[in-house]
Design a protein around this ligand. Structure first.
Ligand code: SGN
Ligand code: CA
Length: 530
């Protein structure tokens, strides 16, 4: 007996030691990966050609595709709240909007930068951290050794003459370059000259483009001489979907003159130009030419819009290529995790729309691709149900930094490194902002990848059920169809479970009160930004 127990003790000690060595080997100090987290604004999956979606042939993104070819392309990455600031806050904290406190852009106050975020954890673990470009969270970035973020136009930044704040103090108006080129310039400069090369780095490289008003760098004006295709749902009539029918994000009815680059008449005063440009936002009728009306006018608006949007994407793609080239030329590519994503998806004419916010696929889904040549195999596709709140724990895990218990997302490191990974069976979503900007009714819902159930609850009580496999465009609301009763019940049960799990199990009145909250933003200067 005695011999047996000491042998057992010896065996246990050896196992512990071995595991310790394994862990240290897994992410040893001088092997810790660098991270370049690239995020654009409003870049739809359909406009990343690696996805081979409906625009891929006409609008290639060769540099973003380089990441997918050298690493993994995620096909089912979703957002917890499809709008800029809230998605960014969810990414930083690994927590849902109602937990991190930043649940709407408009009158929702600013991000509480004193809370735990993944950049802070990287910084505490000895990384050099930086954020360059779009931030859009109001308060100055925390957890970064270096920050240079756009603050004008309500924190959105502008395509030309963007105003940046560096390290929370110095204001710089950049007049030399288009916003995308400026962000690329600043990020490469920081990497090449300014960082502390004795430490690994975690850089957030974030673009304003291709956000509204879709103003590209003029060097891309020559792209898209031919007209671009229309999505098959371009003329959706929203039948069976009441919330969708009450929107204010139709290309036909809610695009303004500035969006479509209609120059104001000469000799207008600045306030008159502002007023002129905004016409269209509230559904006011306008046409650039009286002979253009009806379907032809809608078609004209779409072509103007989509071409400028994709020209902005071309700028982002170029900036991604510059980053990849830099890493390769400096021998940093093998040990650097590079991610390309967007804060959410976007409508490129699907359902006749622009903008985001809905839990329907084009805005719910996010592009996500990742390369890390020393650990992730090249050219792999992944279909696991992932969320933006998973990014923080995954990056921490990849760097060997402990994941705090209170993060609500889950690490998908195993999926990345080719190990067995049991992904979640459903993703939960909650959107709050209403009625500004685009009159999208607050809603929550769940998607299993096969079925999606949504509840629009603010000042209506509407449920929508979609069979995603047979109706990927979500045109056919099956909620009232008796044949789907059991599926509805099981999805409602799933919603209840996930609301409890994520602590979003409040009453509808409490949820409505969040929509009604009015807290001013800090970065709210009015500019005539373009
Ligand atoms: C601005 C846009 C809206 C857009 C929001 C949110 N109007 O207000 O169309 O939905 O931003 O975008 S604009 O005329 O000012 O461009 S987000 O990316 O910040 O969420
Ligand atoms: Ca956005």
């Amino acid at each position: 007996m005695k011999i047996k127990s000491s042998a057992l003790l010896f065996f246990l000690m050896i196992t512990l030691l071995y595991n310790h060595v394994l862990f240290a080997q897994d992410v040893s100090k001088n092997e810790r990966p660098n991270i370049v987290f690239i995020m654009s604004d409003d870049h739809a999956v359909s406009a990343v050609s690696a996805y081979k979606d409906w625009l891929s042939k006409v609008a290639p993104t060769p540099n973003i595709d380089r990441i997918a070819n050298q690493g993994m392309l995620m096909h089912a990455t979703y957002n917890t709240n499809s709008i800029c600031g809230p998605s960014r806050a969810a990414i930083l904290t690994g927590k849902y909007s109602h937990v991190n406190g930043f649940f709407k852009n408009e009158k929702g106050g600013d991000f509480d930068g004193s809370q735990q975020t993944f950049p802070k954890l990287f910084q505490e673990a000895g990384y050099q951290t930086a954020v360059i470009g779009k931030w859009h969270l109001g308060t100055a970035p925390t957890g970064f050794d270096y920050s240079k973020v756009m603050v004008n136009h309500g924190g959105q930044g502008t395509y030309f003459d963007p105003v940046f704040v560096e390290n929370g103090k110095d204001t710089i108006v950049e007049k030399l370059r288009h916003s995308t080129a400026q962000v690329a310039h600043d990020a490469l400069k920081w990497l090449a000259n300014d960082r502390d090369t004795s430490k690994p780095f975690m850089l957030m490289y974030q673009f304003k483009a291709p956000h509204r008003p879709w103003t590209p760098n003029p060097k891309f004006d020559g792209l898209f001489a031919e007209d671009l295709p229309l999505h098959e749902t371009f003329n959706d009539d929203y039948s069976g979907r009441l919330a969708a029918s009450q929107n204010m994000l139709e290309i036909e009815n809610h695009m303004n003159r500035k969006d479509l680059k209609v120059p104001p008449p000469k000799d207008l005063k600045p306030w008159q130009i502002h007023k002129y440009n905004k016409i269209g936002n509230q559904g006011e009728f306008w046409t650039p030419d009286d002979t253009l009306q009806g379907a032809a006018l809608k078609y004209w608006k779409y072509q103007r819009y989509i071409k400028d949007y994709l020209r902005c994407v071309a700028g982002v793609d170029e900036a991604v290529g510059q980053m990849l080239d830099f890493l390769e030329q400096n021998g940093l590519d093998k040990n650097t995790i590079v991610i390309y994503t967007s804060d959410q998806g976007f409508y490129l004419g699907e359902h006749g729309w622009f903008d985001k916010r809905w839990m329907y696929e084009p805005s719910f889904r996010m592009p996500f691709t990742i390369q890390y040549p020393s650990k992730i195999k090249a050219g792999v596709h992944n279909d696991d149900l992932l969320l933006n709140i998973d990014f923080a724990p995954t990056l921490l895990d990849m760097a060997g930094i402990p994941i705090p218990e209170d993060m609500q997302g889950e690490s998908f490191k195993k999926a990345l490194i080719g190990k067995r990974y049991d992904s979640r069976d459903a993703v939960y979503y909650h959107y709050y902002e209403y009625p500004f900007w685009h009159k999208v009714q607050p809603h929550y819902g769940v998607s299993t990848g096969k079925y999606k159930l949504i509840h629009f609850y603010y000042d209506m009580d509407q449920w929508e059920l979609f069979d995603l496999e047979n109706d990927p465009n979500e045109m056919n609301n099956l909620y009232a169809n008796a044949a789907y009763k059991e599926i509805v019940q099981s999805l409602q049960y799933k919603i209840n479970q996930l609301q409890k799990k994520y602590k979003d199990d409040m009453s509808l009145d409490e949820m409505r009160a969040m929509t009604d909250v009015v807290i001013k933003r800090v970065y709210n200067e009015r500019t005539n930004g373009n």
